[in-house]
Design a protein around this ligand. Structure first.
Ligand SMILES: [Zn+2]
Length: 79
């Protein structure tokens, strides 16, 4: 995936998580941040956890995060 696009997605997802953070959601948000950091793209565009097979597309973790935290700014029950 394009580095600029990946960086933009990263910033938007983490900004969305910051907006959702509250005392009640702190553990959930921390878990998402940890998961997303573990699945961050490498310099070659691969996923750190999933490997090079995801080079041309976001890995499943980032696809879910993008669907829930960027495409749907309102609460939703399905992608
Ligand atoms: Zn991954």
């Amino acid at each position: 995936m394009d580095h600029v696009l990946a960086q933009l997605l990263h910033e938007r997802v983490f900004a969305s998580l910051a907006k959702l953070e509250s005392p009640e959601t702190a553990r959930l948000i921390a878990a998402w941040r940890t998961l997303l950091t573990q699945h961050a793209p490498t310099d070659s565009g691969a996923c750190k956890a999933c490997g090079p097979r995801w080079r041309k597309h976001m890995c499943s973790v980032w696809r879910v995060a993008t669907t829930y935290f960027i495409r749907h700014d309102r609460p939703c029950t399905s992608p």
